[in-house]
Write a protein that binds this ligand. Structure first.
Ligand SMILES: CC(C)(COP(=O)(O)OP(=O)(O)OC[C@H]1O[C@@H](n2cnc3c(N)ncnc32)[C@H](O)[C@@H]1OP(=O)(O)O)[C@@H](O)C(=O)NCCC(=O)NCCS
Length: 166
């Protein structure tokens, strides 16, 4: 069953924090950053855009993206998170497709995603790889010794949206 996609409001702030923490992947300072970006977006900062996936009125996932400063039409996907209990059910694909659709509508050209080389991010990397993202660069030891920064990119000019999971 697909979720409805709509903006994330102030009323969903605590739930967004809970979802982000509930993945078990992010450090507390990263969780705090996700909430800060929502606050900035709600305060009218266009650098950060959010879309939420909702089951009825319950937030079950979200994505956050924005224009990459100093580039010509490149955008960063900063966050994509799905409720731990609902992962693997197509919500992440639905969110990613919507982000790409909005980016294309805004004339954006390239999407950049940063993630980690850690073993617990293996399903996350597979998620991007099977949705048209290319592993473009690695910075060894970036996050911590043995924890590399892995950068994925996708060229939106081909017009291929991330496929939705069946
Ligand atoms: C990555 C994430 C957003 C994907 O959302 P999702 O709703 O689980 O993804 P979908 O159901 O649309 O797609 C599942 C695909 O993603 C991969 N995947 C990633 N995490 C998964 C998980 N926990 N369970 C099942 N599949 C997962 C699978 O390889 C699957 O691929 P397939 O469809 O080719 O079999 C979500 O799993 C998540 O929130 N993970 C934790 C947070 C995270 O890593 N965010 C990205 C930070 S860089």
């Amino acid at each position: 069953m697909s979720c409805s996609l709509r903006p994330v409001g102030r009323a969903h702030r605590a739930r967004l924090e809970q979802l982000t923490r509930g993945t078990g992947l992010f450090r507390e300072e990263e969780v705090a950053t996700a909430v800060e970006l929502l606050d900035e977006s709600l305060a009218g900062d266009d650098d950060y855009q959010f879309v939420g996936a909702f089951e009825a009125d319950r937030l079950v996932g979200y994505a956050c993206w924005g224009a990459t400063p100093g580039t010509v039409a490149t955008s960063d996907l900063y966050w994509i998170v799905v409720d731990h209990a609902r992962q693997g059910g197509g919500i992440g694909s639905q969110l990613l497709t919507e982000v790409e659709r909005q980016l294309m509508a805004d004339g954006r050209r390239l999407v950049v995603v940063e993630t980690s080389s850690r073993a617990d991010y293996t399903p996350t990397r597979r998620f991007y790889e099977t949705r048209g993202y290319t592993r473009t660069a690695t910075i060894p030891g970036y996050y911590a010794p043995g924890d590399d920064l892995v950068i994925y990119t996708k060229d939106l000019s081909t017009g291929d949206l991330a496929r939705a999971a069946p």
